[in-house]
Write a protein that binds this ligand. Structure first.
Ligand SMILES: [Ca+2]
Ligand SMILES: [Ca+2]
Length: 188
């Protein structure tokens, strides 16, 4: 009887190992790709089925701000040059950010103004405060999952990240003369 239980346990262990192995292989197929890093930031994106998952790890932001009410906030703005042409196009290009009610999507009117927020069900984001694999000092990080088709009609996405830290101010990645003058170009 004991032998049968031992065999059964071994079988379970084997299945667990297979499952873990499968999970790892699945992750390896679409590893997170880093698109920017410096002493205070690590930005990555990852293909997850029909979505792109962005992770903005803000190591330099060690104060927990609120969401929503300026200026005591920690937020990001992810600008997307949807038609990949290096300029802001009214009602075509987009911006995503995290507010009190969830992840807000707006269309750009020009570089400085936008439509009102909409909250698509297919866009999901979170803000975390704590340690991550990049730093054991508690800090702010953001994650947002966006359908690939919203980001671009081609095989690349051109994005710009703006961050606001309650303890400091805005910072821009990359910083250009105008909004989409310089962008991060991501392969989808
Ligand atoms: Ca902060
Ligand atoms: Ca554009």
């Amino acid at each position: 009887m004991k032998t049968r239980i031992a065999h059964f346990n071994l079988l379970l262990l084997g299945l667990l190992a297979l499952t873990l192995n499968f999970s790892c292989k699945k992750d390896d197929a679409n590893p997170a790709k880093e698109f920017f890093s410096d002493n205070g930031h690590v930005f990555t994106y990852k293909l997850d089925g029909d979505d792109i998952v962005f992770n903005l790890d803000v190591l330099s932001d060690r104060t927990l701000g609120l969401l929503g009410t300026y200026p005591d906030i920690d937020i990001y703005r992810l600008y997307v040059d949807v038609d990949n042409n290096g300029v802001v196009d009214k009602d075509i290009d987009l911006m995503f950010s995290l507010g009190e009610s969830g992840t807000c999507m707006v269309t750009l009117v020009d570089e400085f103004s936008t439509s009102a927020c909409s909250y698509p069900e297919t866009v999901n984001g979170t803000r975390s405060f704590g340690k991550t694999g990049n730093s054991s000092t508690p800090h702010t990080s953001f994650k947002v999952s966006i359908p690939k088709t919203m980001l671009s009609k081609s095989t690349k996405a051109n994005v710009v990240v703006h961050l606001f830290d309650s303890a400091t101010s805005w910072s821009y990645f990359p910083s250009g003369e105008s909004l989409f003058d310089k962008t991060f170009e991501l392969s989808l």
